[in-house]
Design a protein around this ligand. Structure first.
Ligand SMILES: O=C1O[C@H](COP(=O)(O)O)[C@@H](O)[C@H](O)[C@H]1O
Length: 246
């Protein structure tokens, strides 16, 4: 159960709101409730709502909890924040993670868009993702690596300048030489423009080192060194919701 205090932010401003949770269980449920609340709000406003999800090692238990939320899932389009250039059934693909952990229980009724498909070139996959991104996004769920990357925006990536400046929502990226990208260098990523277009952005992070990285990024302020800064709010863009537990 989520205690009422769990949803009280400890730090808030126009760029981000930080929720600190006392346990992993609390983090899982409070994060799932926050995402479900954004979707519910959006579903009340339009015929279909769009949910963008990240991969990585962090979000699986949140997706499992979210799958049990009693939402009008047949009206939800689930798509990806980013994808490694792998087929959607590859065990290391973000699509596989979403299928395995989210598309069950109530959420089995959602419509899922994988980005990759056998025979599809990366340019085509990006064009299709950008066409889908014409629909408004209710909520984008993000992760952050220990190197400060979010989505597939990696510090030191060769074409980071181009991707940061892109007006398109998605771009193909080459993260060769970026340790945070591990073995998957060719990827498709949401851009800062795509991030800013989401009505809500929720960052899921766990552990002392990720909290330090987030604070270092804020203190430094250089998005090229800390691409997670591209997810912050400000101006017209609502604050990033950050859910953290130790
Ligand atoms: O490679 C990726 O990593 C990030 C962060 O992952 P984590 O394992 O540190 O939780 C993830 O958000 C992104 O979607 C994924 O492609």
């Amino acid at each position: 159960m989520v205690s009422p205090s769990a949803s009280k932010p400890i730090e808030s401003g126009d760029r981000f709101v930080l929720f600190v949770h006392a346990s992993t269980d609390e983090w899982v449920w409070a994060s799932a409730v926050a995402i479900a609340a954004e979707l519910r709000r959006d579903l009340a406003l339009r015929p279909r709502s769009r949910l963008l999800l990240s991969g990585g090692t962090t979000p699986a238990p949140v997706y499992q909890a979210l799958a049990k939320a009693p939402l009008d899932w047949p009206r939800v389009d689930v798509a990806l924040v980013d994808e490694r250039w792998l087929l959607p059934d590859d065990p290391d693909s973000n699509a596989r993670l979403v299928r395995t952990h989210l598309l069950h229980h109530h959420a089995a009724a959602a419509r899922f868009e994988a980005m990759t498909q056998s025979g599809r070139r990366i340019e085509e996959a990006v064009a299709i993702a950008n066409a889908h991104a014409q629909q408004p996004t209710a909520v984008a769920v993000l992760g952050m690596g220990d190197d400060g990357h979010t989505a597939s925006l990696f510090p030191g990536m060769a074409d980071l300048d181009r991707v940061l400046a892109s007006r398109q929502s998605y771009a193909a990226v080459d993260a060769t030489g970026c340790p945070g990208a591990r073995n998957w260098h060719r990827r498709i990523s949401l851009t800062p423009a795509g991030l800013a277009a989401a009505h809500a952005r929720v960052l899921l992070i766990q552990g002392a080192s990720k909290r330090r990285v987030f604070e270092q990024a804020l203190a430094d302020g250089d998005v090229k060194r800390w691409p997670v800064l591209a997810a912050l709010g400000g101006g017209e863009v609502p604050p990033l919701q950050v859910h953290w537990c130790a």
